[in-house]
Ligand binder design. Structure first.
Ligand SMILES: Nc1ncnc2c1ncn2[C@@H]1O[C@H](COP(=O)(O)OP(=O)(O)OP(=O)(O)O)[C@@H](O)[C@H]1O
Ligand SMILES: [Mg+2]
Length: 241
């Protein structure tokens, strides 16, 4: 669904991505993980044409990402940012229906079905983002990402701002939703247990490069680099009570 080939991104003097090649298979969930600043968000944003590449190529759904294809690719892609990115002056319902309205589609009949899918109470749809809990805001953001029935979902730390109980509940709900809808999902996380929960494929990044990708077991049993071991050990220290 996404093919990154030798992608580098420089922000001025900062090399955010260095020669990254990665294939995201259709219908699978891939988790991007790595320390802060390693380039995870940049890699996601590249697939939407939000960040220009310095070198390399990106293909999404078999199309080269270029100025003439960006709009079509964005319409087939749902994107959720860390804080949900809802418009504060629109109700949840208006946030979800914004894009369909602009494109001239009626999505009203999808609202109930989507609310049920993400387990959002219907009355919450009439509230503004500030009147929702963090977990509800993320559910609305997910509805907005799903409303045009995209092939691809890009979720940049969708659960990081949530408390552990809400987070764990949403992890289960999201996994069920991904399986039910059969979407291709790229999910960014800081948290190895979360990556293990979702990711058939875990992609560990550091300093703009992919250090290792594989199943959790591969990373645990055959670390490709001392960084993989130290990253996993640091995560273990965080999660052992
Ligand atoms: N618009 C920008 N201008 C300049 N530098 C940027 C810009 N966006 C990101 N960077 C830099 O590029 C590098 C990669 O950033 P990116 O946001 O992709 O990291 P990340 O892995 O998503 O980090 P985090 O886990 O903290 O969200 C960082 O060094 C960051 O400071
Ligand atoms: Mg980020």
């Amino acid at each position: 669904m996404i093919d990154y080939s030798g992608v580098s991104v420089d922000y001025g003097a900062v090399a955010a991505l260095r020669q990254v090649s990665l294939s995201v298979p259709k219908g699978r969930t891939v988790c991007l993980i790595g320390p802060s600043g390693c380039g995870k968000s940049t890699l996601v944003r590249v697939a939407l044409g939000l960040v220009p590449v310095t070198s390399g190529t990106v293909r999404v759904g078999g199309q080269d990402l270029k100025p003439t294809t960006i709009v079509a690719i964005r319409r087939r892609t749902g994107y959720v940012v860390q804080d949900g990115g809802l418009f504060p002056h629109l109700t949840a319902r208006q946030n979800v229906l914004l894009m369909p309205d602009r494109l001239g589609f009626s999505a009203l009949d999808r609202l109930g079905e989507l609310a049920e899918l993400v387990r959002l109470p219907l009355d919450a749809l009439e509230r503004y983002p500030a009147e929702l809990s963090g977990g509800q805001r993320q559910r609305v953001a997910l509805m907005r990402a799903l409303v045009l029935d995209p092939d691809l979902l890009l979720l940049d730390e969708p659960l990081s701002a949530l408390d552990p109980m809400v987070r764990s509940g949403l992890q289960d709900d999201l996994k069920e939703i991904f399986a039910k809808l059969g979407k291709t999902v790229v999910l960014v996380t800081h948290d190895m247990p979360e990556a293990a929960h979702f990711g058939e494929l875990i992609v560990l990044m550091n300093e703009g490069r992919i250090v290792q990708s594989g199943a959790l077991r591969d990373l645990l049993d055959n670390p490709a680099d001392p960084f993989v071991k130290s990253f996993i050990e640091a995560q273990r220290r965080l999660t052992t009570l």
